[in-house]
Design a protein around this ligand. Structure first.
Ligand SMILES: [Zn+2]
Length: 92
C-alpha cells in the first residue's frame, strides 16, 4: 500500500475526503449521526454499498479491543455506544 502524504483520509471505503472526526470525513460523520450510527462502525459500510451479500469490510477489532480494555467495558458496549439525542428523533 503506497504511503499517502496528504494526511489521513476518511476511513470509509471508497471515500477519499480528508479525515475530520472518528476517522471519518465530516460528510460521512454527519451521515452516521443522521442515522444514529456509531461513526467508527459506519466507516466500515462502503460508500458504494456492498457488492454482494458476502462482501464485507473487516471491523477494527484491535482498536475496539484496545478501547474496551482502556475503558474496562466489554467490546459489545463499545460497539453499542450511542450518543444521546441522536438523529433517531429527527422529523422526517
Ligand atoms: Zn468519508
Amino acid at each position: 500500500m503506497p504511503i499517502v502524504s496528504v494526511g489521513p483520509v476518511c476511513a470509509r471505503r471508497g471515500c477519499t475526503r480528508p479525515e475530520w472526526k472518528d476517522r471519518l470525513c465530516a460528510r460521512c460523520w454527519r451521515l452516521a449521526a443522521l442515522f444514529g450510527r456509531d461513526p467508527r462502525l459506519f466507516a466500515y459500510e462502503p460508500l458504494d454499498g456492498y457488492t454482494d451479500e458476502r462482501d464485507a469490510v473487516p471491523l477494527p477489532w484491535g482498536d475496539l479491543e484496545r478501547e474496551a480494555g482502556a475503558r474496562g467495558v466489554p467490546i459489545a458496549d463499545v460497539i453499542a455506544r450511542r450518543e444521546p439525542g441522536s438523529a433517531r428523533d429527527r422529523p422526517m
